[in-house]
Write a protein that binds this ligand. Sequence first.
Ligand code: CTP
Length: 425
Amino acid sequence: KASQAAEQRGWHLYLVGGAVRDLLLSEAATSTLMITDIDLVVDGFHKSADVGAGVELAKALQEIYPQARLDIHGAFQTAALLWHKDPELDSLWVDIATARTEFYPYPAANPEVEASSIRQDLYRRDFTINALALRLTSPRAGELMDFFGGLLDLQAKQIRVLHANSFIEDPTRIFRGVRFAVRFGFQIEAQTARYINYAIHSGVYDRTSQENSRTPALQTRLKAELKHILEAPYWLSALQLLEQLGALKCIHHDLQLDGRLLRKLRLLERCLHKFAIQETLIPWQISLEVLIAHLDGKYREKVAKNLQLPDDSITRLKKLSQTTSEVIELLPNCQFPSQIVNLLRTYDLETLILIALEGSCLIRKQIWKYLTTWANIQPLLNGNDLKQLGYKPGPQYRKMLDDLLAATLDAVIQNREEAEGFLAQ
Ligand code: CTP
């Protein structure tokens, strides 16, 4: 339907980006393909008035499919159609853009857009494997447009950039390149690695990590890329490749994936798998917090703010040096589980994980024991039981329940009868 609507208007329509790459990769691997995100580009005109063609086509499609939601992004002249499917199934996003040339008003800025042709549209993209287009309109519907050797690079399993300035214009592409390399088991092609190196040495990360960055959109994109990487099953390998390329400096110039940080990340990975505490945790965010926590205390708050982490996360990282010292000093003095619970329940889960990764083996064991066992133990009696036993409701209930909990935790009492006896004393 989309190609018919484009043909009626005398336009060409192309499938571009990740969908073409994944289609070709799945063909090579004869694996099944699940595409949930489709990028289309409209082309075939030269007047600047046609810059709105993508939006016009999206509107025409929405008339045909009224169940799809239409979003228009004015500045970029793109429109998105979203089909919400059955909650069990993924939804389908279709982005429709007008073929465009982007120019970056200054390095690392958001691009500005003007109408252009498909070749130029593809040339502005990140990697050759993402710069392939499949023509959907006739004549020559089904033709693969490969101006930059993307197909060869797919076959050679290479991530190759399209032009020397790519990473200077958009440093987040360094993270994308690494993500694709690790995800597909590809190599970053040698010249591309040199461009990455050059971009990093030219200080491109200063623009991404500086305080009060004048390009907040860049920080948003960097955070999105980090989220993408840290959510993926291959996150640890991706971080290792980022370290090899010196790209962790984009987060902060002091950040290094040294042996100590690697050990903490491996422990975190085990902790996320081993203990059923993931439900309330956002795993990618705690991984990012572990990276930031590895920096000197004086930088943490600034980096967390730059990356637009939520307020509770910023506060946690800001106070981490202090909370870590508190726990490391006080925990060894606790002899009974009830004392450990009293100390640790004043901290949130994420803080405790960060401290556990930082602390000695003993500290870590006690925190894990607290998180997995002691924190879930309830007093053997509750408020209703106290009422039924004839105790007058009032503020003393809190103290009674706390005493009961402590006695339960320390195995002074094991059942309700013993609990009643304990109260009667
Ligand atoms: N793109 C780019 N530079 C970026 C982000 C995106 O050139 N910083 C281009 C690439 O051509 C990419 C397309 O925009 O293929 C769509 O971007 P996106 O949906 O983020 O990535 P996909 O390639 O579709 O990858 P994924 O499968 O991970 O979604």
